[in-house]
Design a protein around this ligand. Structure first.
Ligand code: GDP
Ligand code: MG
Length: 370
């Protein structure tokens, strides 16, 4: 049952509401027939009544399959890798992102792009790579906290003249905890005091042994200033992605992850998303956390209006009713009615959760009051 009330649970397991309330009472929980049950309460009750239950939280990540979708494995296609760059402050994350974009992104349209897009895509030897442009650590951690994984590969940037620093170790730990493969970019090798071997031995000491020293970690020497090594880095990313066999199905409704969002004058709520699966089209009815809407406009990573986005594509979506949070999942469904109904369920679930937090009084607490 999803967001199940006491009386609903009783009905489902063919018991009286009184029986359910009595068991919970025995556990020190005072509930009335209209209260929503917590997950652990449902488990205890199920155990007590000898029934099997499957709990679905309406806010859980939705894997929506429409009758119009072709979801068989034969429709899976290779998709571009999504990359996050992390590393110590001033080691060159922004410079590296800028250099990659500058060298590989097609000329921007004349007339200027005003829309900020927090991710971009480049092409190397006919293969696309998506880079997330947001401040690395926070975005990465925030999304992970929500259980959403936007990144396929992490690039750890270490300045060749400065070596491993506290935030380098933090970044390594984040990537490790997320179980995401990493590539180490030794940056600033143009500097006279650059010492790539120092970086390698520092990381080897921490357990990140370079491939050319017999380990399994790819190290690439780059300069975000001169552009040296950038091609090498992109090739390494593509090789890593090939090993991972990243696939998605463009022939189904979209599932995307929000990496940034804001409220913009004239546009209303906008969300920068990266597609995890499927194709997102203008006109699609989408739900995204507590909010929903109809996709009115899609801008690609160059800020240009497009009709659709495919797997791993970044873009900006206009049309949601409210600003979603970073890390939330956007899912396209078949109809406005469907997204409205689910949004209502989610809102109700959250409202009840808040209510039950503030009003549920355990016997212990009562004891103190009396
Ligand atoms: P972030 O804090 O990691 O985003 O680092 P930035 O990209 O802002 O770079 C910090 C400083 O290092 C800036 O002054 C950059 O110009 C400089 N920088 C970045 N990459 C290189 C490089 O490859 N070579 C040299 N010489 N300087 C670099
Ligand atoms: Mg920066």
């Amino acid at each position: 049952p999803e967001d199940c009330r006491v009386y609903e649970f009783a009905e489902k397991v063919n018991r009286t509401t009184g029986e359910v309330i009595k068991i919970l009472f025995g556990l020190g929980k005072m509930v009335t027939k209209n209260d929503f049950l917590e997950k652990d309460e449902i488990e205890i009750l199920a155990d007590e009544f000898g029934v099997e239950v499957e709990t679905i939280n309406p806010l859980d990540e939705l894997d929506y399959v429409s009758i119009y979708d072709a979801v068989e494995d034969e429709y899976l296609e290779e998709r571009p890798p999504v990359i996050t760059i992390m590393g110590h402050v001033d080691h060159g994350k922004t410079s590296l992102l800028d250099k990659i974009r500058e060298s590989k992104v097609a000329e921007r349209e004349a007339g200027g792009i005003t829309q900020h897009v927090g991710a971009y895509q480049v092409e190397k030897d006919g293969k696309k790579i998506t880079f997330i442009d947001t401040p690395g650590h926070e975005a990465f951690t925030e999304m992970r906290a929500r259980g959403a994984q936007a990144t396929d590969i992490v690039i750890i940037v270490v300045a060749a003249d400065d070596g491993v620093k506290p935030q380098t170790v933090e970044a390594l730990n984040h990537a490790k905890a997320a179980d995401v493969p990493m590539i180490i970019a030794i940056n600033k090798i143009d500097k006279p005091d650059a010492n790539p071997d120092m970086v390698k031995s520092q990381l080897a000491e921490l357990g990140y042994m370079p491939v050319d020293w017999g380990g399994e970690y790819e190290f690439v020497e780059v300069s975000a200033k001169s552009g040296q090594g950038i091609d090498d880095l992109l090739e390494t990313i593509i090789l890593q992605a090939e090993i991972m066999e990243l696939k998605a199905n463009p022939n189904r409704r979209a599932k995307a992850i929000v990496i940034e969002s804001s409220l913009e004058k004239g546009r209303g709520p906008v969300a920068t998303v990266i597609l995890k699966n499927g194709t997102l089209r203008v006109g699609d009815n989408v739900i995204c956390g507590r909010t929903f809407g109809r996709v009115r406009t899609i801008l690609n990573d160059l800020g240009k209006q497009v009709k659709e986005l495919g797997p791993s594509d970044p873009g900006v979506v206009v049309g949601l009713g409210e600003v979603p949070d970073a890390g939330e999942i956007m899912v396209a469904m078949d109809s406005d009615k469907q997204v409205r109904e689910l949004a209502q369920k989610r809102a109700e679930y959250l409202r009840q959760k808040e209510l039950s937090k503030s009003t549920k009084v355990t016997l212990d607490e009562l004891g103190n009051l009396i």
